[in-house]
Ligand binder design. Structure first.
Ligand SMILES: Cc1cn([C@H]2C[C@H](O)[C@@H](COP(=O)(O)OP(=O)(O)O[C@H]3O[C@H](CO)[C@@H](O)[C@H](O)[C@H]3O)O2)c(=O)[nH]c1=O
Ligand SMILES: C[C@@H](CO)CCNc1ncnc2nc[nH]c12
Length: 456
């Protein structure tokens, strides 16, 4: 009966054009499709998802206002400026496109149930209200971070920056378990310019029909309850669904599949996987420190160096020939990895990560302990949870120095101190796994969400 009713019901999805936002949106698409919903994905030209990898969905492209040159330079641009710019120019193309979808649905027997879009879009609530279409918000951050949106401007204005050394490790009273030293990196160079954006996101989310999180009660029950109190809309935590619908199918770049046979030749839990996600940049000096640290650790490593990662360099040319040779003795360097497959491989025993929310979840799902090297924004908070709350990783505390990296790798992978961390990760993995199994918290949320979408 329920399945019958869902036939003829379409959901329109609109991801923010970042790899870390496209993956969870397409996972949601798969979940809803498996429940009988038809899917239309509206997307910008910039970072357009590959339609051919998802033959069951309809893809519609809109203009985003970026020039060819801006798209070419995107890997080294500040992500916040880029998003702010797209938010200015994509509104009217989006309105036109969504309007067309609705007109077409009137001519067919298929009703459009709602729009589901990323919490980083600023204009979608206004657009959907003008078209009388309910809107749901997909938050691709940990709920604890999104809950702080209303207070972030106040925290910054309180002036914890600049910060005396003696207070660096104090926790931020309004925002535990964040430490005061994390704050300057959250805001980055954008600083107070972010305030108006945060305000719009909070207001429009409060006017929406609900929030969907790629998270689960096992990871943050209290934050999810709090989220409902703060935004006063229904909350659905439906993740992490990585083991059912892999993020690999929504990859924007070609995955280097030679990673897998290379991992096959390594011993169990011996390899440290190193990746800083799709938007973080590092300086040449930091790059060389990481290279030497990995080399000196004597552990085998698989290192994703995406073109544009190192500021001022095309790819790995800052490494001397000699260093490349010594790196290749123990390690493998690729431009883009099949990350989930890598984390699931028996040879991988640790993940040096920037703690983007997707990477953090994928690591937990595969039970891989972490070394935290957050670059900014929500990563500062995710890394505190990993190291201080769940205690399933070690925090580098921003010390991108070869000695520190070597020490952290050996501590996590070889020494007895790492044993406790590995044990706790096993427990956390099992708990989180239960959430998406039949009867688990996320499994039940998906059921509630499907019924809710039918009622809109
Ligand atoms: C570098 C690399 C990445 N990936 C995949 C793994 C993840 O699913 C995805 C990256 O997502 P994240 O780990 O969240 O990281 P990132 O791209 O930085 O994501 C952005 O969006 C995230 C969600 O809003 C935020 O939590 C991050 O702070 C933000 O920077 O790309 C691969 O499959 N292969 C790769 O080689
Ligand atoms: C300037 C505002 C406009 O909504 C973007 C902040 N949003 C974000 N900023 C940085 N990294 C992100 N990863 C996903 N969303 C992100």
């Amino acid at each position: 009966m329920e399945e019958e009713k869902r036939k003829g019901l379409r959901v329109v999805l609109f991801p923010l054009p970042l790899q870390g936002c496209i993956n969870p949106m397409l996972q949601l698409a798969n979940i809803l499709h498996s429940r009988g919903f038809s899917i239309t994905v509206i997307h910008t030209r910039f970072n357009a998802p590959r339609a051919s990898s998802h033959p069951l969905f309809t893809f519609l492209q809109i203009q985003d206002g970026l020039s060819d040159a801006e798209i070419r330079d995107a890997p080294t641009s500040n992500v916040m400026s880029l998003l702010a710019q797209i938010n200015l120019s994509a509104e009217s193309p989006f309105l036109d496109c969504l309007n067309k979808v609705l007109l077409e649905s009137k001519d067919s027997s298929e009703k459009v149930s709602c729009l589901i879009d990323d919490c980083g879009w600023l204009f979608t609530q206004t657009v959907s209200e003008s078209l009388k279409l309910p809107r749901m918000v997909l938050c691709t951050f940990k709920a604890t971070f999104f809950n702080a949106y209303p207070t972030l401007p106040l925290i910054r204005a309180k002036g914890y920056i600049p910060l005396p050394d003696s207070e660096a490790e104090d926790s931020v009273p309004e925002f535990p378990p964040l430490q005061k030293r994390d704050l300057s990196k959250i805001f980055g160079e954008f600083g107070e310019k972010l305030d108006p954006f945060l305000l719009v996101v909070v207001e429009t989310t409060m006017n929406s029909s609900g929030i969907i999180y790629m998270s689960c009660e096992e990871l943050e029950k209290d934050s999810l309850t709090l989220s409902n109190e703060i935004f006063r809309v229904p909350i659905f935590a439906i993740g992490p669904f990585h083991s059912y619908f892999s993020a690999a199918s929504s990859s924007l770049f070609t995955q280097d599949e030679t990673c897998i046979p290379w991992l096959d030749s390594q011993e169990d839990k011996s390899v440290i996987y190193v990746s800083l996600g799709s938007v973080v940049n590092i300086t040449e000096t930091e790059f060389l420190e990481i290279a030497c640290g990995l080399s000196n650790s004597k552990q085998p490593f698989l290192w994703v160096i995406r073109p544009g990662l190192v500021l001022g360099a095309k790819w790995i040319e800052p490494l001397s020939e000699g260093l490349v040779r010594s790196l290749e003795e123990k390690g493998k360097i690729v431009k883009w990895a099949p990350q989930q497959e890598v984390l699931a491989h028996r040879a991988v025993g640790g993940f040096l990560t920037h703690n983007g929310w997707n990477s953090t979840l994928e690591s937990i799902c595969e039970g891989v302990p972490m070394i935290c090297l957050p670059g900014g924004w929500d990563q500062m908070l995710n890394s505190r949870f990993v190291s201080d709350i769940w205690k399933v990783g070690v925090h580098l505390e921003g010390r991108i120095e070869k000695k520190e990296i070597e020490k952290a790798v050996r501590m996590l992978m070889v020494e007895s101190e790492g044993e406790k961390i590995r044990e706790r990760m096993k427990v956390l993995k099992d708990e989180v796994e239960r959430s998406v199994k039949h009867g688990g918290s996320s499994f039940r949320s998906i059921e509630t969400l499907s019924n809710y979408l039918l009622s809109l």
